[in-house]
Design a protein around this ligand. Sequence first.
Ligand SMILES: [Zn+2]
Ligand SMILES: [Zn+2]
Length: 160
Amino acid sequence: MTSRRLFAFASLRLDPDEDAAAPAYAMTCECGETSGPMEQQVDADLWALTHTGQQPTHRRYCGTLVRAFRVVPVPGSLLHQIENGAGGDVAAVVDLNAACSRCGTSRGVALVATLPTGSGPDRPVYGCPEHAKELADAAEDTLLGTEALARLNRLGADRG
Ligand SMILES: [Zn+2]
Ligand SMILES: [Zn+2]
């Protein structure tokens, strides 16, 4: 069994990134002038008041908050289990939008087969627990058919 079979639905969550730079606040006047990023919101507010104090007709501002986030695997998800020592290859858990080829659910979906395409990478086939067996069998039939066809073509080429 190769790591290629370790595709799965992974539950992810966005958390504030505590390791990144602190959130930055900025005020931008409708004239385009901006306070630039400031560590404290009160400093950005103060800049806006000062700006209007200097240019009394400038009254409208857009306040922005820039904050760093990171995506983390939800506890219990496959990614979380792997990252906490359950074994497996994190890089192989790639298709976060995997859905069952039969019913379209993403719940409990696993990779059941990869089918060769004419060009490009193999096409993954996903199945929910209910349809995994059926889809795997169908994929196997397709693969056997493709193989038989390839063999026939080879035979034809040998004769020709
Ligand atoms: Zn202005
Ligand atoms: Zn299904």
